[in-house]
Design a protein around this ligand. Structure first.
Ligand SMILES: [Zn+2]
Length: 303
């Protein structure tokens, strides 16, 4: 019983990953059960977190910056994604990641031939340090307007690297649009992982065709799933499966197999990031895990 409670506490502390330095190297590990198998791959809470975060080095080393599709570019690290959406009126940056990555992201933007100072709008997928801790520094370096889903505002305001207040210039509601230089991003409230977890969608143009791009939020359930969180996820999984999607992206690179797809990038070949058949893989994995966790919770004796 004590052991169960201790491991639940450890798991809770780990899955919330509130601080910038909580990594696998620090010892706390989510459990290796339940295990779920989706499309021939087996996952546990531990393997999912390891896949998402990688090593400290993976979290902070730039992945080769590249064009994803149309005006969407990758400027993140090996495991933490950051996307630059370019427009003639300046750029949108999606996910600043950790504060210590902001200058790495800026360098990737420069390598692609754009100016980091031209970022006008900064948005994010959700209020966890590995995705939005760098917002204050990114704003300081660019003057960008920071926009955030209303439900994530309290959690964002609690992210204060070095005591810096978290900037929020505009609060968004479910379905609201963010438009710059002819590109429109739509903010979809997809809660569960955080209260204001946001899945962003936009249309990208390439080769005379329009493609639906989905920047998915994390759909990973916390260690203890309350009925309220279960309700949020039920709504979220239904909503995300109804989104038009040609190009699935995520807030961790592994959620859309970035490395494997990037390796297939070559001139003249079809764009590997156009992958409508795998749009809902990640939702499928996380929903299977949520159901398995709920089953385990029901079986566990009450403390
Ligand atoms: Zn998170």
């Amino acid at each position: 019983m004590k052991l169960r409670r201790l491991s639940a506490a450890l798991l809770g502390a780990f899955l919330l990953h509130p601080g910038p330095r909580v990594t696998l190297a620090q010892g706390a590990q989510p459990p290796d059960q339940p295990a779920v198998t989706v499309r021939g791959q087996t996952y546990t809470p531990r393997s999912i977190l390891a896949r998402n975060m990688g090593t400290d080095e993976d979290q902070t080393t730039a992945f080769p910056p590249h064009k994803v599709i149309g005006n969407v570019y990758y400027v993140g690290t090996r495991t933490l994604t950051s996307f630059l959406i370019t427009t003639p009126a300046g750029h949108i940056l999606l996910n600043s990641t950790y504060e210590r990555n902001v200058r790495t992201i800026a360098k990737s933007v420069t390598q692609l031939g754009f100016k980091f100072e031209d970022v006008r709008i900064l948005v994010g997928t959700h209020a966890h340090g590995d995705h939005q801790e760098g917002d204050a520094l990114a704003k300081e370096l660019t003057g960008a307007q920071v926009m955030a889903m209303r439900e994530d505002v309290p959690a964002l305001e609690a992210i204060k690297p070095g005591g810096k207040a978290h900037p929020i210039d505009r609060t968004l509601r479910d379905g609201e649009q963010v438009t710059l230089g002819g590109t429109t991003l739509v903010a979809h409230l997809t809660p569960g992982h955080t209260r204001g977890c946001t899945t962003w969608t936009m249309k990208a143009q390439e080769g005379g065709q329009a493609f639906d791009v989905v920047f998915a939020c994390s759909y990973r359930a916390p260690a203890n799933v309350t009925p309220e969180i279960e309700g949020e996820f039920n709504r979220t999984f239904t909503l995300v499966r109804a989104l038009p999607c040609d190009v699935p992206l995520g807030d961790h690179a592994a959620q859309y197999n970035l490395a494997a797809k990037h390796a297939r990038l070559s001139a003249g070949a079809p764009n590997p990031f156009v992958d409508p058949g795998n749009c809902w893989n990640e939702a499928e994995i996380q929903e299977a895990m949520l159901r398995a966790q709920l089953q385990m919770q029901q079986k566990a004796p009450r403390p």
